[in-house]
Design a protein around this ligand. Structure first.
Ligand SMILES: Cc1cc2nc3c(=O)[nH]c(=O)nc-3n(C[C@H](O)[C@H](O)[C@H](O)COP(=O)(O)OP(=O)(O)OC[C@H]3O[C@@H](n4cnc5c(N)ncnc54)[C@H](O)[C@@H]3O)c2cc1C
Length: 372
């Protein structure tokens, strides 16, 4: 895959408003930082090839290469990516008593993986008010403090770099699709370093349609509710069409999604992935049942951990109703088609010019099949 320097990242992605704020380029060196969700470059850098470029999920992502690495075949046309099985799930009897976003599957899997030593640390997303913050958790019970969804973009992947510096070498990551893609890029050793070892041992991908910019969302919310009282933010599946804000005073504020949609960053409109396709396991909400999750098992690693967590009482799984699967594929397919078409029309896919940069590369036949 093509790897260039940080000036290309700055020109094309950060200054081009295409940065998702995933944190892949943050804390690798002293130059890139995240300030309230925005990626900033503190000093100019002239390095010709950098990890910041190589790990960016918006630069030169060769989907066929990535798919070959993780699933042994070129990128396909299924809206959900490659998977082994799709189930419904929720935390089991050994892992209850906390407030989760839905069924608590993401937290239960991370808790179980830490407790059983499948991973030596988990990179999760906690919060300070409405600001999401990357966290490194090494004790299973600390997973609970990072439950619930923050609908704002988080530089979560920066904590993978910090975790490696702390000496962790079997890291679990819970990540939205852009974060998942950067973790997947990182694992392919894109700079072909001789002493490379894959630092990540489990990726729990979180479904995501979009993530808001904190600097826009915070003022929007503070004019409606005392931010300090917010306990949980939720976007119930259709037909609700609202973002619900639950406060610790027992009140629920409902904001129409049409108002929220005006805040969605343009960077999200180029994202072709709703379900974190390059993960071991993906988790989303289950339409029609707020206490359960949709669970996609993609890899052998994912299957082993899910099976054991079920046997040991940390997770409960069930069959996925056919209608839910149809709706899920429809939603993910719409997102993929819309974003890929937009990127293609903007000249960001399969750019043939040697000195130009593509966002994505994939086989032309697959591209045409997806965008129609
Ligand atoms: C920005 C965003 C958009 C989402 N959009 C959709 C959607 O369109 N459809 C859908 O089905 N589900 C969506 N989800 C996922 C959903 O809200 C739940 O996170 C998921 O179903 C897991 O539920 P759970 O009960 O297992 O989570 P919990 O057990 O409560 O755990 C939540 C997990 O999410 C992680 N997390 C929280 N906020 C962030 C963040 N900003 N970035 C990265 N990780 C985070 C935490 O580290 C934790 O591991 C979205 C989540 C986020 C963060």
């Amino acid at each position: 895959m093509k790897v260039l320097g940080s000036n290309k990242l700055l020109d094309n992605i950060i200054n081009g408003n295409l940065c998702t704020g995933c944190g892949a380029c943050i804390d690798l060196c002293p130059y890139f930082k995240s300030y309230k969700g925005k990626t900033v470059m503190l000093f100019p850098c002239t390095i010709p090839r950098g990890k910041c470029f190589a790990y960016c999920p918006r630069l030169e992502v060769d989907l066929d290469y990535m798919s070959g690495k993780y699933f042994g075949k070129p990128y396909g046309t299924d809206p959900l990516g490659f998977y082994q099985s799709i189930l419904t799930s929720k935390a089991g009897w050994k892992f209850t008593g906390n407030k989760f976003q839905a069924g608590g599957t993401a937290s239960a899997i991370m808790y179980f993986a830490l407790e059983r030593g499948y991973i030596d640390g988990a990179v999760l997303t906690g919060r300070e008010g409405l600001l999401p913050e990357p966290r490194i958790v090494t004790y299973p019970e600390d997973v609970l403090s990072c439950a619930l969804s923050m609908y704002t973009a988080a530089p979560t992947i920066s904590a993978v770099h910090s975790a490696m510096r702390k000496g962790l070498s079997r890291i679990g990551v819970a990540s939205t699709p852009c974060q998942t893609l950067s973790a997947a890029l990182m694992r392919t050793n894109p700079l072909e370093e001789n002493d490379f070892t894959d630092p990540i041992d489990l990726v729990v991908g979180i479904f995501c349609t979009w993530a808001l910019d904190f600097r826009v969302f915070e003022p929007f919310m503070s004019s409606r509710v005392d931010i300090k009282t917010i306990e949980k933010t939720d976007i119930p599946p259709p037909p609700a069409e609202a973002m619900e804000i639950h406060t610790n005073e027992g009140e629920t504020l409902s904001i129409p999604l049409d108002e929220i949609r005006t805040l969605i960053p343009d960077a999200c409109s180029y994202c072709i992935d709703m379900t974190s396709e390059f993960s071991d396991i993906s988790v989303g909400v289950l339409e029609g049942d707020p206490g359960k999750n949709t669970l996609i098992i993609r890899t052998e690693r994912g299957r082993t951990i899910v099976d054991e967590a079920v046997r040991e009482g940390y997770l409960i799984v069930d069959d996925m109703p056919e209608m839910n699967l149809i709706h899920l594929k429809h939603a993910a397919g719409n997102k993929k088609k819309r974003a890929l078409k937009k990127a293609y029309e903007a000249g960001m896919v399969n750019n043939p010019a040697e000195d130009e940069i593509s966002y994505l590369r994939l086989h032309n036949k697959t591209l045409k099949e997806i965008i129609g």
